[in-house]
Design a protein around this ligand. Structure first.
Ligand SMILES: [Zn+2]
Length: 461
């Protein structure tokens, strides 16, 4: 089955920016040719893209699909005074209320919203301590049905006791085996782990063993809040990244979420490790934890939403504007006097996420529009009102582009959004199911108290 996207302005690469006017010939699941005049008599489906902008599909490099049903969730407890209290009173209550039906509904909502926003890949970090076994299959099934490319992992942690820690490890092991069997073309797996401060040495060791034996790295939160660093220093005598390095968790190279409180030595360790770090600007702002010292971290810094939808136009723009404001006001992250704000910063972050996912899928050209690359594409009905070239793309990205221009989306050569409508499912049905599942989930949540996990912390006033 051949499809030709005819006459578009094509962003063939985000970093460095490359733009050309061309026809894109898609054959099967990949791009066959980029041509200035592809013949239209090949029996191909031709999609008129004259004047439109075609981009590589966006990658959300760190998210929590299960949080899709948290929007508007009631909150009755005392207001959290610290990041750890946010976890104990909000997210670790929500994850204990999840069952198979709510995991399924959240995957459908999150997958639908991702595609409609032009995001073709989700890198997910899943937790459902009372429904662990098979949870990754539910995500794979629903995201696969919508044709979302996905990298899945179960969040192993000791916070819910040793049996849940073992079950989490087992879920990762089982699902890695299923992915290796090769029947999930759009899905890959990593070894999920929560964060240093809720992982015992033996549980971390089990995760590292699994990473080594499977050849897949960890996907773990790192230094999202200073509490993670304080706990590592108090309990292990070293900083978080040093603890992970000593445990062997940097090999194979992991995906690290946040890194807000990494110091200079950890930043150097990170740069030398081959790991990828995911910066989640809106989540960091929402939790008021600060921002990662990204000026110290080199080029392997991707962008994620940490569960706040999957709109990477909005995420990248917000992150960039925050850097600009910080620079203008002289405010800086604790360890990062080198503010990396530059117009192409959003594009570089999105390209880094695509490179990471390309490595996981064994598809080095994922995230680029070139012959041989997987056909993950977004057509924006954006008729540029000023010249759009490689030199001006960054300006259009920050000040013009948004998810509202998304017209068509293709994942692995299949049209999944056409004329702004989801092709792979009925969005109204997904929303109705979502509201029903959310209502039940919120009812269960009311009976679940603050998570008892204790960290010897003085709340930050
Ligand atoms: Zn996260």
């Amino acid at each position: 089955m051949m499809t030709i996207l005819h006459g578009a302005t094509v962003v063939t690469s985000l970093d460095p920016a490359e733009v050309m006017t061309a026809d894109i010939v898609v054959d099967g699941d990949r791009i066959a040719a980029i041509d200035s005049s592809a013949p239209a008599d090949l029996g191909a489906t031709v999609i008129d893209c004259l004047g439109c902008l075609v981009l590589p599909g966006n990658v959300d490099a760190h998210t929590h699909v299960y949080s899709a049903l948290a929007r508007g969730m009631p909150y009755e407890l005392a207001a959290p005074r610290s990041f750890v209290e946010i976890l104990r009173r909000i997210w670790w209550r929500l994850d204990r209320a999840l069952d198979e039906a709510s995991i399924r509904a959240s995957a459908r909502v999150a997958g639908m919203e991702a595609l409609l926003a032009g995001t073709t890949t989700l890198v997910d970090h899943h937790a459902s301590p009372h429904a662990i076994d098979g949870s990754l299959d539910i995500l794979a099934e629903e995201l696969g049905r919508l044709e979302v490319r996905a990298v899945l992992a179960y969040e192993v942690t000791d916070r819910d006791g040793p049996a849940a820690a073992r079950a989490g490890s087992e879920e990762n092991r089982r699902f890695l085996g299923r992915v290796a069997a090769g029947d999930l073309p759009l899905t890959r797996a990593l070894v999920g782990a929560h964060a240093s401060f809720t992982l015992s040495d033996s549980t971390l060791e089990a995760c590292v063993d699994l990473a080594r034996s499977s050849g897949r790295g960890l996907h773990v939160h790192v230094a999202e809040d200073a509490a993670d660093e304080r706990a590592a220093e108090a309990e292990h005598g070293v900083r978080v990244l040093e603890r992970l390095a000593r445990a062997g968790a940097l090999d194979p190279p992991p995906l690290l979420a946040h890194g807000v409180h990494l110091d200079r030595a950890e930043a150097a360790l990170f740069r030398a490790s081959g790991a990828t770090l995911v910066h989640n600007p809106r989540s960091n702002m929402n939790n008021a934890v600060g921002r990662a010292p990204i000026g110290l971290l080199g080029s392997r810094v991707a962008l994620g939403t940490d569960g706040i939808g999957a709109d990477m136009f909005e995420e990248s723009r917000t992150g960039y504007l925050r850097l600009l404001e910080e620079r203008a006001t002289g405010a800086a992250s604790t360890n990062d006097e080198a503010n990396p704000a530059r117009p192409a910063w959003p594009l570089a972050g999105l390209a880094a996420g695509a490179r990471f996912v390309g490595e996981v899928f064994g598809e080095p050209s994922l995230g680029r529009i070139e012959p041989g690359a997987p056909a993950d594409l977004v057509v924006l009905d954006y008729h540029a009102p000023t010249p759009l070239t490689a030199a001006t793309l960054a300006g259009h990205w920050t000040f013009g582009l948004s998810a509202r221009w998304v017209r068509d989306v293709m994942t692995a050569g299949r049209i999944v959004v056409r004329d702004r409508r989801l092709v792979t499912a009925d969005p109204k049905e997904i929303a109705v199911e979502g509201r029903l599942a959310a209502t039940r989930l919120w009812e269960r949540l009311a009976a679940i108290g603050e998570h008892p996990y204790a960290l010897d912390e003085v709340p930050v006033e």
